[in-house]
Design a binder for this molecule. Structure first.
Ligand code: CA
Length: 220
């Protein structure tokens, strides 16, 4: 048994995509349109979108939160796996990026499931708390500006119910977290959150090496 996770080179990654991907055609088109845009690297990979769909079904989620929507791929995949009455509250600062997603959400017939809130994510989450929404979400996906990751995690932990799940994206930051000489603000913020979740007794957690690293934390 290998001690480490298997190193996934391009060939193996292609094998995974060719043999396991079930990407809806509309999601593929959204992903391809985004790939030609500036900031395309912020989009999650299709195998991760598929995994998030599985997580939505596994947790039986009905109400979900997303901090960092970008062009709407993860919100689309979440909405497609939510039940009819399900809802995503999607937070982003950019009208321009999310307007791309809105076109595809409409075409997929999931616009009614996605409540887009434009503005700083921490303010949107705090507003939800002020409105008495603590403990009312089943799932939260954190994938926004890394310098505020700690704030988003703490707010999300208040907003999800006991047994609810938080997924935090980019926790390996293309390997930078393990390179001591890399000391920029984003890398530091991710390292700090990783260390915090590691010892956070309020959650059961695991870091998956899918995509750029995805930490799952289930509220106890
Ligand atoms: Ca990301």
């Amino acid at each position: 048994m290998p001690r480490k996770s298997l190193k996934v080179d391009d060939r193996l990654h292609d094998y995974i995509l060719d043999n396991t991907l079930r990407e809806p055609e509309i999601a593929r088109r959204l992903r391809e349109e985004t790939a030609g845009m500036q900031g395309a690297g912020m989009q999650i990979g299709p195998e991760q979108g598929q995994f998030m769909g599985l997580l939505i079904e596994l947790t039986g989620a009905k109400r979900t939160l997303e901090v960092g929507t970008f062009t709407g791929y993860s919100a689309l995949m979440t909405a497609l796996h939510l039940p009819e009455e399900g809802q995503v509250i999607a937070c982003d600062v950019s009208e321009e990026w999310t307007s791309v997603g809105r076109r595809y959400w409409a075409e997929a017939g999931v616009t009614g499931k996605i409540d887009l809130r434009i503005g700083p994510g921490a303010e949107t989450l705090q507003t939800l708390l002020d409105q008495g929404e603590a403990g009312s979400f089943d799932f939260a996906f954190i994938d926004a500006d890394k310098s505020n990751y700690g704030t988003y995690y703490e707010l999300a932990l208040k907003l999800v119910r006991q047994g609810g799940l938080i997924a935090v994206d980019n926790v390996l930051w293309n390997g930078a977290v393990a390179e001591p000489e890399i000391e920029d603000d984003d890398t530091r913020a991710i390292r700090e959150l990783n260390a915090h979740i590691h010892t956070d007794e309020r959650v059961t957690m695991s870091l998956l090496t899918i995509g750029d690293g995805l930490t799952l934390a289930r509220k106890r």
